[in-house]
Design a protein around this ligand. Structure first.
Ligand SMILES: Cc1cc2nc3c(=O)[nH]c(=O)nc-3n(C[C@H](O)[C@H](O)[C@H](O)COP(=O)(O)OP(=O)(O)OC[C@H]3O[C@@H](n4cnc5c(N)ncnc54)[C@H](O)[C@@H]3O)c2cc1C
Length: 319
């Protein structure tokens, strides 16, 4: 059953859903007849052809199962859609395969709290109080050339980065992190190590002379006990080499748009009327959040909308 892929809705003459056509693992097709159908097929983040151009170029860290099948099936029978251009974005992504990568947020955030690591842009300049929240870091990253920033670490900071990456099982071993030095996108590696700051900066395509000035300035702030540029609270120095630099890209996984539904989670036609016998739950239904979502909102949305959809479907059967 888990290898069975829903393909199409089966409709009666009035356009009500009366079942689903599906493909079995062996390639055979089967029709399921149902009095009520709940569509809960997730989002479309893995389907680049369904994403707006500006998002499709970004780094997706979700699952291949976010195929957009349900959105396609709904549209084929005339369902309305909402907010298809919106995705939930986060900072600190690492592009380990083209357009796909890791959510390395905890590694970077933890390192910032415990060390003198800093974020810079490709000009080698600091751009933010590194302890700001994820929303600010996302916006700041998007504002940089190439929508990219970098975490610059000394040995002490790198130790923290490695420890958190292993604790969170971002990678299986420290050796896996060093493999990032060999992953190259657009002519630049995902990560670089250098005996000197200049060596690491050059590998990453960062202005090395400016980066040295930035690090000197940062160490000056640490001595003075005040970050005069951005007011960061934790002040530790960036000591001598070796240095480590890891890219920090905007990443997304959850799509915020999808099919239109009403408060009973009935899927709606373009004219706003419900499609008979069809309910939706989770990411396949759009518009619950607007342009962004609160922490844990996506899982909550899947659970609550699933409850409401099931309740509505059962009630419709009792009528
Ligand atoms: C790495 C990661 C971290 C996340 N962290 C958080 C978090 O901290 N907080 C939070 O709130 N949310 C988080 N999310 C998002 C959250 O997990 C999703 O929004 C939520 O799981 C969506 O639930 P859903 O039921 O709509 O879809 P899914 O959980 O994606 O389930 C959809 C299912 O439908 C199946 N399917 C698709 N097409 C077909 C088809 N044609 N036929 C049959 N089956 C099909 C898929 O295989 C899948 O099993 C995270 C997501 C990821 C990937």
């Amino acid at each position: 059953m888990t290898d069975t892929r829903a393909q199409k809705f089966i409709l009666d003459k009035k356009g009500n859903v009366i079942g689903v056509k599906a493909r079995l693992a062996d390639g055979a097709y089967v029709n399921f007849s149902e009095k009520a159908t709940i569509l809960a097929s997730g989002g479309y983040g893995a389907n680049r052809s369904m994403l707006p151009k500006k998002v499709a170029q970004g780094l997706f860290y979700g699952l291949d199962s976010d195929s957009g099948d349900g959105l396609k099936m709904g549209r084929e029978i005339g369902a309305g859609t909402i907010n298809l251009d919106l995705v939930k974005q986060y900072p600190q992504g690492v592009e380990t395969t083209p357009h796909h990568g890791l959510a390395a947020t905890a590694s970077s955030t933890d390192t910032m709290k415990k060390s003198g690591a800093i974020y810079v842009n490709s000009d080698g300049r600091r751009i933010v109080d590194e302890l700001q929240g994820l929303g600010t870091l996302t916006d700041v990253t998007k504002a940089q050339k190439g929508q990219i920033m970098y975490i610059v670490m000394d040995q002490a900071a790198w130790k923290e980065y490695v420890a958190k990456s292993l604790e969170d099982k971002l990678v299986a071993s420290e050796a896996d992190l060093y493999k990032w030095e060999k992953i190259v996108n657009n002519g630049r590696p995902v990560m670089a190590e250098g005996k000197t700051l200049a060596e690491a900066a050059k590998k990453m395509g960062i202005n090395a002379a400016q980066l040295q000035k930035t690090v000197d300035r940062w160490n000056g702030f640490v001595k003075a006990g005040k970050d005069a540029d951005f007011g960061r609270k934790v002040l530790k120095p960036l000591a001598g080499g070796p240095y480590y630099i890891v890219e920090q890209k905007v990443r997304f996984c959850t799509t915020l748009g999808g099919l239109k539904a009403n408060g009973s989670m009935q899927i709606l036609k373009k004219n706003g009327r419900p499609i008979g016998n069809l309910y939706g739950a989770g990411c396949v239904v759009g518009g619950a959040n607007g342009a962004d979502s609160m922490t844990a909102m996506m899982n909550s949305w899947a659970i609550i909308s699933g409850y409401v959809a099931a309740d509505s479907a059962v009630k419709s059967l009792k009528k």
